[in-house]
Design a binder for this molecule. Structure first.
Ligand SMILES: Cc1cc2nc3c(=O)[nH]c(=O)nc-3n(C[C@H](O)[C@H](O)[C@H](O)COP(=O)(O)OP(=O)(O)OC[C@H]3O[C@@H](n4cnc5c(N)ncnc54)[C@H](O)[C@@H]3O)c2cc1C
Length: 445
C-alpha cells in the first residue's frame, strides 16, 4: 500500500506518524515545497523577544519523529497537478518534474496569509512568518532596520497582538489597524480586553479600531500606503494578522471547493474524489453552535491529521462536533475562550453572564478573571472567558465538556464534589461562578 501526503507541517506530519503506526508495512511518502519544514509560525516573535536564539529551537518534535519512521520525505518538491483518474500527483523542483502514484492521498497543504486588496506586488514589504524561509527573511529585514522604522500591524487577533508585543521591544513607530471595536473580538467580550488596549497605548502603539484597510499600495519612493475610509497610513513594513486562505488553487475543477476556498470533505475527511483525503488548514470543522466553520489552528491540524489515518482503508472514525477553545498568551497573560461570547450568544438567545475575579498565590499577585456566559431562562452553560497569569487548561477543558453535555449552572453546583479543585489545588472558578450566578438570581427573585 502506498500513502502519499502533500504538506509536511502539523497536519501532514501528524498524519504520517499515525499512518506509520497503523500501517507499518505501507510505503509512506511525504512531499513539501519547502526545504525546511515543521516550524512553529510564532518563531519570529519568539526570536524578537529573545526567547530562542536559533530557529532550530522552534521546530516541532513531529519532524524528528517522522524522520525516525523511515518515511520518504521529498522536500523542496511542489505538487503542481493532481490527476485522480491515474491516481498520481505531478511534482516539480526548479525545472525538474516527476509523477508520484498513490493508493491513498492525504492533502495537508495548509493555508497562506493573503491580501487581495493590494494593487502592487508588495511581498517585500510584508513581514511574513509562515515558513522558516519567510521568518528568516523577515528577521533579516528587521535586524537591519532603525528603531524608528514604521510598521503597521493589520488585525488585533492573536497573530497581530503577539507581533505587536514582540515588535514593541525593538521599534518605536508601531500602528495597529483593526476592523472590530476591540482586540480579540471574535473570542472575548469587550470588558475582558480593556487591559490590552491600556497595554498597547502604554507601549506607545497608535491604535485604530473600527477601521478597515481597503487598499494597500506603494508610493514612488517605495513607502507602503494603507487606505482606510478615514485615513491613509504610511509605513515601511506591515504584518498581516488577518485573512487565511486555504492552498487549494491547484485543485479547482478537480475537487469540490467551498466558497471560502476550503475543501469539502465528508465526516471521515474524504474529499469529493475517492481515496483523496484532506486535513488541517485545508478544511472546515464542525463546531458546536456554529455548524461548520473555518478556524485554522495547530491543534485542529494535529487532530485531523491523526484522525484521517484511521479512515483510509475503511471509514472507521468520524469527525465529531468540536467545542471551540481558543488560547492566547499576550503581554504576559493567558487568555482562553470556550464556546460563545456573550455578544455572539445574544444574537440567538437571551444571554446572561457573571464575572468572578480572584487574586491568589502567596503574595496575592496571581490574577484570575473569569466570565461565565449562560442562557438566561434555563441556566444552560454557553461559554467562558478566562484572563489569568497561570494556565488553567484542566478547568477550561472541563468547562468545554460541560457545555458539550448541555449542563446548567444548577447541574454544576449539584455535582460540585466532582470538581471542587483542579490539579493545582485551585478552587474551581467555574464552579464559583456557577454558585454566584445562582445566588444572584435567587436575590433577584
Ligand atoms: C504568524 C502566525 C502565527 C500563528 N500562531 C498560531 C498559534 O499560536 N496557535 C495556533 O493554533 N495556530 C497558529 N497559527 C495557525 C497555524 O500556523 C496553522 O493553523 C497550522 O500551521 C496549520 O497546519 P497545517 O499542517 O494544516 O498547514 P501549514 O502549517 O500551513 O502547512 C502546510 C504545508 O504544506 C506545504 N505546501 C503547501 N502547498 C504545497 C504544494 N503545492 N506542494 C507541496 N507542499 C505544499 C507548505 O510548504 C507547508 O509546509 C499561526 C499562523 C501564523 C501565520
Amino acid at each position: 500500500m502506498k500513502i502519499v501526503i502533500i504538506g509536511a507541517s502539523f497536519a501532514g506530519l501528524s498524519a504520517a506518524l499515525e499512518c506509520h503506526m497503523l500501517y507499518p508495512e505501507a510505503e509512506l511518502i511525504v512531499i513539501d515545497k519547502e526545504m525546511e519544514v515543521g516550524y512553529f509560525p510564532n518563531a519570529l516573535n519568539w526570536r524578537l523577544r529573545q526567547e530562542i536564539s536559533d530557529w532550530s529551537e522552534a521546530r516541532s518534535s513531529l519532524y524528528q519523529e517522522v524522520m525516525r519512521t523511515g518515511a520518504n520525505l521529498l522536500l523542496g518538491w511542489e505538487m503542481e497537478k493532481l490527476v485522480p483518474d491515474e491516481k498520481q500527483v505531478e511534482i516539480r523542483q526548479s525545472g525538474k518534474r516527476k509523477s508520484v502514484t498513490y493508493d491513498y492521498l492525504i492533502l495537508a497543504m495548509g493555508a497562506r496569509q493573503v491580501w487581495d486588496k493590494q494593487s502592487d506586488d508588495l511581498t517585500d514589504k510584508i513581514l511574513a512568518s509562515k515558513s522558516l524561509r519567510q521568518m528568516a527573511e523577515s528577521y533579516e529585514k528587521l535586524d537591519k532596520s532603525e528603531k524608528s522604522v514604521a510598521i503597521v500591524v493589520v488585525g488585533a487577533g492573536q497573530i497581530g497582538l503577539e507581533s505587536l508585543e514582540a515588535l514593541s521591544q525593538h521599534f518605536s513607530r508601531l500602528t495597529l489597524i483593526e476592523a472590530q471595536k476591540w482586540p480579540l473580538a471574535k473570542y472575548f467580550d469587550k470588558e475582558m480586553t480593556d487591559w490590552i488596549i491600556e497595554e498597547l497605548v502604554g507601549r506607545g502603539i497608535e491604535c485604530h479600531f473600527s477601521e478597515t484597510v481597503n487598499r494597500i499600495h506603494s508610493d514612488p519612493s517605495g513607502k507602503l500606503l494603507l487606505d482606510t475610509l478615514q485615513h491613509c497610513y504610511e509605513s515601511d513594513y506591515m504584518v498581516m494578522g488577518t485573512n487565511f486562505c486555504p492552498n487549494t488553487e491547484t485543485l479547482e475543477s478537480i475537487l469540490t471547493i467551498q466558497p471560502d476556498g476550503s475543501l469539502l470533505v465528508d465526516e471521515y475527511l474524504e474529499t469529493s474524489q475517492e481515496d483523496i483525503f484532506a486535513v488541517g488548514d485545508l478544511i472546515q470543522l464542525p463546531f458546536a453552535f456554529f455548524g461548520h466553520s473555518y478556524l485554522p489552528m495547530i491543534h485542529h491540524a494535529i487532530l485531523t491529521g491523526r484522525l484521517v489515518a484511521h479512515n483510509l482503508v475503511t471509514k472507521e472514525r468520524k469527525l465529531t462536533t468540536i467545542e471551540r477553545i481558543v488560547s492566547n498568551h499576550v503581554f504576559g497573560k493567558y487568555m482562553t475562550s470556550v464556546g460563545l461570547t456573550e455578544r455572539e450568544a445574544g444574537l440567538w438567545l437571551d444571554a446572561d453572564s457573571i464575572r468572578v475575579q480572584q487574586a491568589h498565590g502567596s503574595l496575592q499577585d496571581e490574577l484570575l478573571d473569569f466570565k461565565l456566559v449562560v442562557e438566561k431562562q434555563s441556566g444552560r452553560l454557553i461559554g467562558g472567558q478566562l484572563l489569568s497569569t497561570s494556565k488553567y487548561t484542566d478547568q477550561m477543558n472541563f468547562l468545554a465538556l460541560a457545555i458539550s453535555q448541555h449542563l446548567t449552572v444548577q447541574d454544576l453546583v449539584h455535582q460540585s464534589w466532582l470538581y471542587l479543585s483542579d490539579s493545582t489545588g485551585t478552587v474551581s472558578f467555574v464552579l464559583e461562578a456557577a454558585h454566584q450566578y445562582i445566588l444572584s438570581k435567587n436575590r433577584e427573585e
